[in-house]
Design a protein around this ligand. Structure first.
Ligand code: IVH
Length: 749
C-alpha cells in the first residue's frame, strides 16, 4: 500500500465517521422537533448540518447511508422514539421475598414437570441488576435494532443511543443469523456520582433513573457522553438455540463479546440458591452498582420451554428480592384521594425522607382499617397500633412499588394526637361514601357526577394500555377537564374535541404548551385512535375488576363489540339476580360476624334466588357463557354486566361508540393450531404430562380448558381412570382422544 492509498483510506474512514455523526444529529434534531416539540438546535444550525450531510453524500455516493434523513420525504415520526413490536414479548419476573417463597417455587416446578425426587433440577442464580432492560437485535452479526421494554409488547426504538454504549458490540462473530440479546442497561455508583457532580443537565435521584434518562435522550450525542453499561442475561428471538442450558447460553453470550455477570452460579437445589443469595447480598454494598435481588432460572432450556409463561412472567424464573430499605419520618397529614371506581384512598403526606436512594414524600395507607391498625377480618396489624397525623412512621420501599408504612413509633406520639376520622362523605363531590359489606374500601356514591371519579376514569381511558393517545396524558386531561371552552368530561368528548368551534381551538393553540403544531399533532393522534383494538376498548372503559388480562380474554371470546355488548345485555337479568344474592350473602356474613353467630349463607342465597324473578333461558345461557370463560370470575362478570346495564354509564359508552370503530379480534393466522378456539376438558390420569403442563400447553395453542364436560366441549382428553366425564362426553357426542393423540397435537409426542 502506498502512502497516499493509506491516507485515502484514513480520509474515507473520516468521511464515514462524519456522515454517521451527521445522520445521528440530524435524525435526533428531527425527532426533537417533530415529536418532542422541543427543538435542540436552531433552524440555522439544523440547515447547516443537513447541507453538509447532503454535500458529503453527493461527493461520496457509496458512503451514503440508507437511513439518512436526506432520504426521508417529509418524514415526521409521530413519536419521540419510533415504536418497536418485540419479536418475542419482554417479560417481567415473579417476586419472592422469603426462603419459603424459594422452596415453593421449586416445588411448583417439580410438580409441573412431574419430576421424581431422584431427578435433578439445576437452577442458575445471578444478581438482579437495578437498571432498565434493553433488547438488542442482531441480524447476520450486525446490530440492527435496540429497543426498550415498553409495555413488554411494544417498546421504544433507541438504536442510535444504544450504539453509543461501549459494552454493546455492534458486530458479532459467529452469532446465529437472528439473535436478540436481552440485558440490563445500568450506571455504576462512581459514574452516577460523577455525572451528578458534573453539573451537566439535571440531577438524578439514583443510578437507575440516571441510566433511563441517559438512554432515552433524543440526541444520541448526549447518550454517548453518559457512562452507560450493559449486562446480557438472556435472549428473545433466535434462529437457532444458543446452548442446552441457561448457564451455557449466557457463557455463549460472553464468548460473543457481551458483558455477563461474574457472580452467576449454577445450583442444584433451594439450599444452593439461598447460599448464593446470601453470598451475593454480602457483596451488595461493594459491587459498585445497584442490584435489588437475585434471579433464579431453571437451567435446562427444554424444561424452560415446557414450563412456559403465565400472563406476564415465566414459570421458570423467580426474582428473590433483598429486604426493602426503610427510614423513619413524620407523617404531616392524611389526605383522601378519590379513584376512578370511587374508592377513597388515604395517602400519607410525609416530611421528605430518603429511602433506598429515592426521596419519598407520599405513602399509601390502603384503607380505613389499615389506618386503624386492623386487617379486613378485624385482626390487629402493627399489634393494633393506629396511625395518626403527626406520628413518626417507618417507611419502606420494595422495588418499584409505592412506598408503604411499616410501623409507627408510639413513644414519639404527641399527647393531643387524635385518631384519624375517616370521612363518610366524598371530599370531592360531597356525596355519601359507603362501605359495602365485605368491601375493604369506602366508595363515593356520586358516580360520574363526582368530578374526581370522572377525571380519573378519563386518565385511565388515555393510559398506555388503553387508548394511549400521544400528547394526551394525565396532565392534559386535568387541564381539559377543567376547561370551560373545550371541556373533556367523558371519553366521547376526546373525539369530538377536534370538531369544536374555531374560537375554542384558537384558545387551545394559545395556551402554554400548545403551539399550532402540537394541536395538529394531538388531533392527528386522536384521529389515529378512532379505530381501536377491542381489548383496549374494553380495558379503557375502566370498569371495576376488568383489568388488561381480562379485557384481552373477553375480546378473544366475543370477537367483536356487537357480540360482547349483545351478550352482556342478554345476561343482565341473570346477573342482577346473582349480584343481588351475593350482596345479601356479604351482608349476612358481616351481620353474623358482628353478632358472633354462624352465617346462614346458603339460606340467604336461596332466599334471594327464590324471590327474584326468573331471568329466563336466554339470560341464563348468556350469563353461564360469560362466567364459563376461563379467567372470568363471577365478581368480574357481575361488575361488567352491571356497568353496561347502568343507564348513565351505558349512555356514555354509547356516545363513545358513535365516535370510534372497535376492531374485531381475528386469530392471528400464524398462531392457528388444530385446537385454537376449541374448548378442551382433561380427565383421568395423564402419564407423561402433568395437568398443569397440559393446561398451559393447550392455552398457549389458543384453546380454552374447562373443568367439566358440556355441550360446548369440543374435545375430551381421557387418560386411564376417566369416569363420569367420559360417559357424559359419549352421551353428548363429544370427541374423545387418549394421551398419545393429545401428545401428538401438543407437539410433544
Ligand atoms: S430475566 C423472562 N435476569 O428485572 C425473564 N431480568 O423484574 C426476563 N433484570 O424486566 C428477565 N437483572 O429488566 C432477568 N439477571 C436478570 C435481571 C433481570 C435485572 C430486570 C429485567 C426485567 C426485570 C423484571
Amino acid at each position: 500500500m502506498t502512502g497516499s492509498d493509506s491516507k485515502a483510506g484514513a480520509d474515507r474512514q473520516d468521511v464515514m465517521a462524519e456522515i454517521a455523526g451527521l445522520v445521528a444529529r440530524v435524525s435526533a434534531a428531527d425527532h426533537a422537533y417533530h415529536s418532542e416539540d422541543a427543538p435542540v438546535i436552531s433552524d440555522a444550525d439544523y440547515d447547516a448540518l443537513k447541507r453538509r450531510l447532503q454535500q458529503l453524500e453527493e461527493l461520496h455516493p457509496d458512503l451514503a447511508r440508507p437511513d439518512s434523513p436526506t432520504r426521508r420525504v417529509g418524514a415526521a415520526p409521530s413519536e419521540g422514539f419510533g415504536k418497536v413490536t418485540h419479536a418475542q414479548r419482554m417479560m417481567s419476573l415473579a417476586n419472592g421475598f422469603s426462603r419459603e417463597d424459594v422452596t415453593d417455587f421449586i416445588a411448583r416446578i417439580r410438580s409441573f414437570l412431574n419430576l421424581g425426587a431422584d431427578q435433578p433440577l439445576a437452577l442458575t442464580a445471578e444478581p438482579k441488576i437495578d437498571g432498565l432492560s434493553l433488547s438488542l437485535r442482531y441480524e447476520n452479526g450486525i446490530l440492527v435494532q435496540a429497543a426498550t421494554r415498553g409495555d413488554g409488547v411494544v417498546g421504544e426504538n433507541v438504536t442510535a443511543n444504544a450504539m453509543t454504549i461501549a459494552d454493546i458490540p455492534q458486530r458479532l462473530q459467529g452469532a446465529p443469523e437472528i439473535l436478540e440479546v436481552r440485558g440490563e442497561v445500568y450506571m455504576s455508583h462512581a459514574d452516577f456520582a460523577a455525572l451528578n457532580a458534573s453539573g451537566e443537565g439535571k440531577i438524578f435521584a439514583n443510578p437507575r433513573n440516571a441510566a433511563a434518562g441517559s438512554l432515552r435522550q433524543i440526541d444520541p450525542a448526549v447518550t454517548a457522553r453518559r457512562p452507560l453499561r450493559y449486562f446480557a442475561y438472556g435472549w428473545g428471538a433466535l434462529s437457532e438455540p444458543l446452548a442446552d442450558t441457561q448457564f451455557d447460553a449466557v457463557a455463549r453470550l460472553a464468548a460473543l463479546g457481551f458483558q455477563t455477570n461474574p457472580l452467576m452460579r449454577r445450583c442444584q437445589d433451594a439450599e444452593g440458591l439461598i447460599v448464593t443469595w446470601t453470598e451475593i447480598e454480602k457483596q451488595r454494598a461493594s459491587l459498585g452498582y445497584d442490584i435489588d435481588g437475585v434471579v433464579y432460572k431453571v437451567d435446562d432450556l427444554s424444561y424452560q420451554a415446557r414450563l412456559g409463561f403465565r400472563a406476564t412472567t415465566p414459570r421458570w424464573a423467580l426474582a428473590h428480592k433483598f429486604p426493602a430499605e426503610t427510614a423513619w419520618t413524620r407523617l404531616e397529614r392524611i389526605e383522601i384521594q378519590v379513584g376512578r371506581t370511587g374508592a377513597l384512598s388515604p395517602v400519607a403526606r410525609l416530611a421528605p425522607v430518603t429511602v433506598g436512594g429515592v426521596v419519598v414524600s407520599n405513602a399509601t395507607l390502603h384503607n380505613e382499617d389499615y389506618i386503624a391498625g386492623r386487617d379486613s377480618s378485624g385482626a390487629p396489624i402493627r399489634e393494633g397500633r393506629d396511625i395518626r397525623e403527626g406520628d413518626w412512621v417507618q417507611i419502606y420501599r420494595a422495588g418499584d412499588v409505592i412506598p408503604k408504612i411499616a410501623d409507627v413509633d408510639l413513644s414519639r406520639r404527641a399527647d393531643d394526637a387524635v385518631p384519624f376520622a375517616f370521612p363518610t362523605h366524598c371530599p370531592e363531590c360531597g356525596a355519601e361514601a359507603i362501605r359495602e359489606p365485605g368491601d375493604s374500601v369506602r366508595r363515593c356514591t356520586g358516580g360520574l357526577t363526582c368530578p374526581a371519579q370522572a377525571v380519573e376514569k378519563l386518565k385511565h381511558f388515555v393510559s398506555r394500555a388503553a387508548f394511549d393517545i400521544d400528547g394526551l396524558g394525565a396532565k392534559q386531561i386535568e387541564m381539559f377537564f377543567a376547561d370551560p371552552a373545550l371541556p373533556i368530561r367523558e371519553p366521547a368528548h376526546i373525539f369530538t374535541l377536534a370538531a369544536r368551534d374555531d374560537a375554542g381551538l384558537a384558545r387551545l393553540k394559545n395556551r402554554e404548551g400548545f403551539g399550532e403544531r402540537s394541536v395538529e399533532k394531538l388531533f392527528a393522534a386522536i384521529e389515529e385512535r378512532r379505530r381501536i383494538p377491542l381489548a383496549r376498548l374494553i380495558f379503557a372503559l375502566g370498569i371495576r375488576h376488568v383489568g388488561e388480562v381480562a379485557s384481552a380474554t373477553l375480546a378473544r371470546h366475543y370477537g367483536s363489540w356487537s357480540a360482547l355488548a349483545g351478550a352482556l345485555d342478554r345476561a343482565a337479568p341473570a346477573a342482577e339476580r346473582h349480584v343481588r344474592a351475593e350482596e345479601a350473602v356479604a351482608h349476612e356474613r358481616a351481620e353474623a360476624a358482628a353478632q358472633g353467630r354462624r352465617a346462614r349463607l346458603k339460606e340467604t342465597r336461596d332466599r334471594v334466588w327464590s324471590e327474584a324473578p326468573d331471568p329466563g333461558d336466554e339470560a341464563r345461557a348468556a350469563w353461564a357463557d360469560l362466567v364459563g370463560i376461563d379467567g372470568i370470575g363471577e365478581v368480574l362478570a357481575g361488575s361488567l354486566v352491571t356497568a353496561f346495564a347502568q343507564e348513565a354509564e351505558r349512555a356514555g359508552i354509547d356516545r363513545l361508540l358513535e365516535q370510534i370503530t372497535p376492531l374485531d379480534v381475528e386469530a392471528a393466522p400464524e398462531a392457528r393450531t388444530e385446537i385454537s378456539g376449541k374448548t378442551l376438558v382433561f380427565t383421568g390420569t395423564l402419564e407423561r404430562m402433568t395437568r398443569a403442563e397440559a393446561k398451559s400447553r393447550a392455552e398457549a395453542m389458543g384453546a380454552k380448558v374447562a373443568g367439566s364436560v358440556s355441550a360446548r366441549t369440543d374435545l375430551l382428553i381421557a387418560g386411564p381412570g376417566a369416569g363420569s366425564k367420559a360417559s357424559k362426553a359419549a352421551e353428548l357426542g363429544v370427541t374423545v382422544i387418549d394421551e398419545d393423540e393429545w401428545l401428538r397435537i401438543a407437539g410433544a409426542g
